[in-house]
Design a protein around this ligand. Structure first.
Ligand SMILES: NC(=O)c1ccc[n+]([C@@H]2O[C@H](COP(=O)([O-])OP(=O)(O)OC[C@H]3O[C@@H](n4cnc5c(N)ncnc54)[C@H](O)[C@@H]3O)[C@@H](O)[C@H]2O)c1
Ligand SMILES: O=c1ccn([C@@H]2O[C@H](COP(=O)(O)OP(=O)(O)O[C@H]3O[C@H](CO)[C@H](O)[C@H](O)[C@H]3O)[C@@H](O)[C@H]2O)c(=O)[nH]1
Length: 321
């Protein structure tokens, strides 16, 4: 793909920073728009231009010179969304409406959107295909599903070329870019904090799920494999069409299996305590990524959980906290 100019919303956050870095490495011009609500200035790659601002004001910065938008900016904690649904509707849906309007106004007609496995809710069948029913069990998932519907309308009515990537559980790191939410809520970085001695134990949220060891099963995908899918999605975006692709490895690991893998990688005993279930958590989420393979030509190469955890561990140690 010839080099282009892209707006990356949420490019100071975990996934956005890794994708922005991949775009820079591929020779594209990158402008990161982020309000630093959950992201960090240091997350913005050196080769990108940083604009501190809100997606609701995207019209200030978007102009016809942009070839497309990669839209990561959102709130994304399942548990918090159950407690504060209004926060999720406001930012994820309200913010994206403003962004789509700004894109329409500026004539920017290519979009890659961070959707999520949380749009499906409790699946009837695994692995989950894109044709599965969408019955989100959290306001977070519902807000992302609403945005997917908005994008479909935008493609049909106004010729947007869009790809929604429904990530399963993103993990791992890419060089200097990795996961550092504050406060952290994701399993792998939290277990690594125990290995670093920053936490005494990991809480296992529920061990009475209908799964082999009673803990929730998730499909962990390396953030660098995910980044490659975004570059492919930019190529695949076709005016008037909205393509939806799951991104995962098709392998499920339970919370206890993840903890065991961290023990193996770090050599730390990792004490665990069983805690109540967390609101909004489906028991099993595993992807069928057949559509991404077929339509994007995506071929993930870092599916091994030990390798994913090892990269996250290296990043956590580099940062020293
Ligand atoms: N991490 C995962 O496992 C996962 C899984 C599925 C989907 N996703 C989606 O991927 C995207 C990125 O997730 P992440 O883990 O990198 O989250 P993150 O919190 O690290 O990054 C989100 C970024 O968006 C910014 N932001 C939020 N609202 C904004 C606004 N109104 N204007 C400008 N910037 C704003 C934040 O400051 C932050 O830098 C999110 O849309 C999330 O829903 C993540
Ligand atoms: O301290 C913890 C943290 C998490 N968990 C459990 O570990 C699993 C993974 O939890 P994460 O918070 O790491 O990830 P989620 O599955 O909740 O959510 C992630 O994947 C979802 C889609 O699968 C969404 O897209 C969301 O944005 C993204 O954070 C869940 O069963 C959770 O209950 C624990 O047992 N203890």
């Amino acid at each position: 793909m010839s080099s282009g100019k892209y707006l990356v919303t949420g490019g100071a956050g975990y996934v956005g920073s890794v994708v922005a870095q991949h775009l820079v490495e591929a020779g594209h011009e990158v402008v990161v728009l982020d309000n630093l609500s959950t992201g960090f200035r240091e997350g913005v790659p050196a080769g990108a231009t940083f604009v501190e601002g809100d997606i609701r004001d995207a019209a200030k910065w978007l102009d016809p010179s942009f070839d497309g938008v990669l839209h990561f900016a959102a709130f994304s904690q399942v548990g918090e969304s159950v407690q504060k649904p209004e926060k999720y509707w406001d930012n994820n849906v309200g913010g994206t409406m403003a962004l789509l309007a700004a894109m329409r106004e500026a004539g920017v007609r290519r979009l890659v959107f961070s959707s999520t496995a949380a749009t499906y809710g409790e699946p009837e069948q695994v692995p989950i295909q894109e044709t599965a029913p969408t019955r989100p069990t959290s306001p977070y998932g519902a807000s992302k599903l609403a945005v997917d519907h908005m994008i479909t309308g935008e493609a049909q009515a106004h010729g947007l070329g869009a790809v929604s990537l429904r990530y399963f559980n993103v993990a791992g790191a890419y060089g200097a870019y990795g996961e550092r939410h504050d406060p952290e809520s994701h399993l792998i970085p939290l277990v690594l904090q125990v290995a670093q001695g920053r936490r005494e134990a990991i809480s296992v949220y529920g061990d009475d799920y209908p799964t082999p060891d009673g803990t929730c099963v998730r499909d962990y995908i390396h953030v660098a494999d995910l980044a490659e899918a975004h570059l492919l999605a930019l190529k695949a975006a076709t005016p008037g069409e909205h393509l939806i692709c799951n991104l995962g490895n098709g392998n499920g690991f339970s919370v206890r299996e993840v903890i065991e893998t961290v023990r193996k990688v770090t050599g730390h005993p990792i004490p665990e305590v069983v805690a109540p279930r967390r609101g909004g958590d489906p028991a099993v989420l595993v992807a069928s990524a057949a559509t991404a393979r077929e339509k994007l030509g995506w071929n993930p190469s870092r599916a091994d959980l030990e390798g994913i955890v090892a990269d996250a561990w290296e990043f956590a140690q580099q940062r020293g906290n």
